[in-house]
Design a protein around this ligand. Structure first.
Ligand SMILES: [Zn+2]
Ligand SMILES: [Zn+2]
Length: 241
């Protein structure tokens, strides 16, 4: 392969991603990290299936607050990621919170027609995060990591690998919407519980980036969605070796 062909190949693998910008909590803001979640009518704060205590809201994103060119990201509604941080019950370990479809976390999209409810009343969660409001997005260009690249192309020319390395860090660590997952252990897209197909990567939550939280020993978490049934979502995380 000639360098120009390699460049072209790389450009076909580039994906836009968006890093969230946050600021102090804004009353009534729909898109945020931590704080009080939006609830559907007649619903109570989502609880962990393992310890039955309220789970922390990690992220809430209204699709209307997404970057303009990614609005189709997860459908029309409000994405929520809840995760049990109850250390007393050790839900992260015993509830296998790092695995997809664990009951020690909850990922969902409240469809727009059901998103007219109210924020939950405060509940007592030990070490609750201070709420931060989403204030904007910083666009980044992401490339798949070396392993994923190898999985996508059986025969990766050395020149392309070298070019890819020149784009370090690729893909970006830290919190981000879309782009390529920054796998810290191995490429691992979960199979959808409904259709069994590999799920689409949607959002990355990295240890101590926006939220003061470590997934295990500084792991990185990934949120996924089924491409055909937008109501099926999950998350997983990998520990850094
Ligand atoms: Zn729990
Ligand atoms: Zn599916």
């Amino acid at each position: 392969m000639l360098p120009e062909e390699i460049k072209h190949k790389l450009s076909t693998l580039a994906r836009p991603g968006w890093r969230p910008r946050v600021g102090p909590a804004v009353p009534g803001a729909r898109s945020k990290f931590g704080g009080l979640p939006l609830l559907k009518t007649d619903e109570s704060w989502p609880c962990c299936g393992h310890c039955h205590q309220p789970m922390q809201l990690f992220v809430q994103l209204d699709s209307q607050d997404l970057p303009v060119d990614s609005r189709a990201g997860f459908g029309d509604g409000v994405l929520q990621v809840f995760y049990c941080t109850n250390g007393e019950e050790d839900c992260e370990v015993l509830g296998h919170a790092h695995l997809p479809f664990s009951d020690a976390n909850l990922v969902r999209v409240i469809p727009r027609q059901q998103a007219d409810g109210f924020d939950a009343l405060p509940v007592g969660i030990p070490d609750a995060f201070t709420e931060q409001a989403l204030t904007g997005w910083q666009r980044v260009t992401d490339f798949p990591d070396r392993q994923e690249m190898a999985a996508l192309n059986d025969d990766v020319p050395q020149g392309m690998v070298a070019l890819l390395q020149a784009h370090r860090p690729a893909p970006q660590p830290g919190d981000k919407f879309l782009g390529w997952p920054h796998w810290v252990a191995e490429v691992d897209y979960p199979s959808c519980s409904c259709c069994q197909k590999p799920m689409k990567f949607l959002f990355q939550i990295d240890s101590t980036d926006t939220l003061p939280f470590w997934f295990g020993n500084s792991g990185c978490a990934y949120v996924f969605q089924c491409e055909s049934n937008l109501q099926v979502l999950t998350m997983s995380w990998e520990g850094r070796p």
